[in-house]
Design a protein around this ligand. Structure first.
Ligand code: NAD
Ligand code: IPM
Ligand code: MN
Length: 359
């Protein structure tokens, strides 16, 4: 039995509920495949501010960098709005401290859920794309200033920052349908003009076999709901990626379904659903746990290199969605815990079938 050290950062709002769900699924996977997942829970966000005064305590940072992988719920909430320390600073700081420059947000629209989207079924059926969001640069990390009547946020990118996330996106496109759409605002922003130049050069020098197109972020927001099937890998800077990924979550039926993987150059990754702390439904057993459970699958695949184990979670989730064993955001009747149990039952069924060679 091999031991893997996983740090859990439940955070705020629905964070603890969905993190617990994913942990329970990982435990079952560990039992089936003979791995020992050692979970260490640490404070981040509002919960950390309440206990320590800081959104990212040093003990949390140290545990994350020393772990095999990190699984995070969500941070933030109205309770901490207007305070001196913000929960979101904790999340940005841990991404930076772990060097997680690439945030992968995959979306596959399940055929059984295509009717849940407010868009026509014909438009969303078969969508299979992945957003590559640059995660440690741009306006999120530039200098901020504030006086009584003036505020600034500096947007800054360097060539190496653009190069590394661009290479990661092209490498992923090589494993997929071979197309990258790079999204910027090169008609207005200097950082976008540099972005476009670098992406174009890396493409020509290193990935000429990949189809590259450039798009402006405003019309891209339109195309993504008009013809989402046209896209394969979408490469973009930090803030555009944040906004576009919530937009595309609507194609899949609920933001509660989407996972993400934040990766650096080696070292542990951080895995979290794309949604936030959902204060409106927190603590009521209403949150959809699937985005976090699928984030646990990405954790197994990308950080622990346990491909079969990751596949088995994804197959279980697909089975549960097909059976309609879903939470209220998808029109179902299950709570967070019951939906999690449904996934665990599906994992058991898949393993029973495999062990008995039943098709
Ligand atoms: P949100 O994603 O928390 O919620 C948006 C809407 O989606 C809400 O109606 C919510 O109920 C619903 N929703 C979200 N997750 C769901 C789930 N798992 N199941 C069912 N419904 C779900 O976005 P918001 O309301 O704009 O932000 C709330 C707080 O979360 C803010 O403080 C924000 O900063 C923070 N936030 C944190 C993260 C993160 O930790 N990664 C991400 C986004 C927002
Ligand atoms: C996300 C969130 C975060 C972001 C916030 C909470 C800092 O919206 O992970 O998508 O903007 O990156
Ligand atoms: Mn976001």
């Amino acid at each position: 039995t091999k031991t893997y050290n996983i740090v859990l950062l439940p955070g705020d709002g629905v964070g603890p509920e969905v993190t617990r769900a994913a942990r329970d699924v990982l435990r079952v996977i560990g039992d089936f495949y003979g791995h020992h997942f050692e979970f260490a829970e640490h404070l981040i966000g509002g919960a950390a501010i309440d206990e320590t005064g800081e959104p990212l305590p040093e003990a949390t940072r140290a545990a994350c960098v020393a772990s095999d992988a990190v699984l995070l719920g969500a941070v933030g909430g109205p309770k901490w709005d207007g305070g001196k320390a913000r929960p979101e600073q904790g999340l940005l700081a841990i991404r930076k401290a772990m060097g997680l420059f690439a945030n992968l947000r995959p979306l596959q629209v399940s055929p059984v859920l295509a009717h849940r989207s407010p868009l026509k079924k014909e438009i969303v059926e078969g969508v299979d794309l992945i957003v590559f969001r640059e995660l440690t640069g741009g306006v999120y990390f530039g200098e901020k200033t504030r006086t009584a009547d003036r505020a600034t946020d500096l947007c800054e990118y360097t060539v190496p920052e653009i190069e590394r996330v661009t290479r990661a996106a092209f490498q992923t496109a090589q494993q997929r349908r071979g197309k990258v759409t790079s999204v910027d605002k090169a008609n207005v922003m200097e950082t976008s003009r540099l972005w476009r130049e670098v992406v174009t050069r890396i493409h020509a020098e290193e990935f000429p076999d990949i189809t590259l197109e450039h798009a402006l972020v405003d019309s891209m927001a339109m195309h993504l709901i008009r013809k989402p099937r046209d896209y394969d890998v979408i490469l973009t800077e930090n803030m555009f990626g944040d906004i576009l990924s919530d937009e595309i979550s609507v194609l899949g039926g609920s933001i509660g379904l989407l996972p993400s993987a934040s990766l650096g150059a080696g070292g542990p990754g951080l895995f979290e659903p794309i949604h936030g702390s959902a204060p409106d439904i927190a603590g009521q057993d209403l949150a959809n746990p699937v985005g976090t459970i699928l984030s646990a699958a990405l954790l197994l695949r990308h950080s622990l290199k346990l491909e079969d184990e990751a596949d088995s979670i994804e197959a279980a989730v697909a089975a549960v969605l097909a059976a309609g064993a879903v939470t209220a955001d998808l029109g179902g009747a299950l709570g967070t815990r019951a939906a999690t149990e449904a996934v665990i039952d599906a994992i058991r069924a898949i393993h029973w079938a495999a062990a008995h060679r039943v098709q």
